[in-house]
Design a binder for this molecule. Sequence first.
Ligand code: GLN
Length: 488
Amino acid sequence: MARELYSLTIHELSALLLARTVSAVEALESVISRIEAVDGRVHAYISPTFDFARSQAQAADQRIARGDGGPLTGVPLAIKDILCTEGIRTTCGSRILENFVPPYDATVIGKLKAGGAVFTGKTSMDEFAMGSSNETAYFGAVHNPWDLDRVPGGSSGGSAAAVAADECIAALGTDTGGSIRQPASLCGVVGLKPTYGRVSRFGLIAFASSLDQIGPITKDVEDAAILLSCISGHDSKDSTSIKRHAPDYTRALKKDVNGLRLGIPKEYFIEGLDPQVEKAVREAIDLLKAQGAEIVPVSLPHTEYAVAVYYLIAPAEACSNLARYDGVKYGYRCSQPGNLREMYEQSRSEGFGPEVKRRIMLGTYALSAGYYDAYYKKASQVRTLIRRDFMEAFKTCDLIVTPTAPAPAFKLGEKLSDPLSMYLSDIFTIPTNLAGLPGISLPCGFSEGGLPIGLQIIGNLFAEEQVLHCAYCYEQSTPWHRRKPSLA
Ligand code: GLN
């Protein structure tokens, strides 16, 4: 049976588009029909942009006819609603930006447009990317396509669910403490967080500026390489973007890990790790070993402090980044305030949800006079120790292999009243952000209940090519990435 166009990967669809076997308009209509069939149950999209996408698809077809198409020309992509899109509402999952229409494009959006990609819409997310379940989204929860009673992970839950449910060919997400990799793991797709500075953050609505990175969420590793090649590179509009050549990452994909040294950190195989996750990850490591990789035990001794450090640094940066939402220039403004101060207070009280308020309070406290040294400064020092742990480990190994999340997708509502247990879902992803390193999550098995399990591969700074190479090798010898949720 011929596969539906919506179910294809970027590289599969692109081959058909460039050979003019199918048109971009046909591909888009296939994806739109899929969204219409399943999004009423998944709720991955906040703002579909079908009319805009149709005009992009027509332009893509003309471009291909001129012989000017590239690997993303005519490919329908979904965009996390934290990335500014000119003329298209960008909410960041928050009431405070419910009606915000940016006057400019994020750099990554401009790059995708230049590549001829087609945007199916803006995807749901935890409010201001604060969350691990997509339940803090002002516009409603997203449902995991593998089990609609479960969360898709967060904060890029809409993008991961859209990719898993074939409601787009691929998507962009952002990752501050795991928000690309954790939902990718819970939804059985591939998610890559690049090295800090690899991808421009210009036009990304800031959460925690020393941690945020944009990256691809895709159906397979090759697609992650294609998308990353398009979006990475230096940008003078983001002073933290690195002046460094961005290679064609698809060249790094090899089906051979012979001699690659894989570090296995004992601190990531701890009590509380779901036994089915541990089993799947250990089997993945065994497979890579059988393929010629060398397995090296390593230690990352400060891992246990990472979540605490993150929940001081990220809220501290967030409280200052979110100070700009005051009801004055743009965003939500309360009605009929008595005076200026009331206008600020009410606009922010009504515009932000409870998790965002919790983070603003945490961050304000951590930065306040008298507490700064004890909290923010101390956290920054421990962050350095965490980074050093990785640098030590990379003296004896090339890559580090771990589980992505401690357990498969949990039930909607299960952790909502327990923020600490929610925060612990990122225990294996947060250290990578604190150290600025690249990391990928890819499917490595399923639980007995049929829920996806993710394998994380972490690289040294700017070692995306090695990360992709190892991930590709594993993926090509396993069946997991080809499984689809039924959504019947
Ligand atoms: N879940 C983490 C948090 O709530 C990470 C979110 C993210 O990476 N944006 O902060």
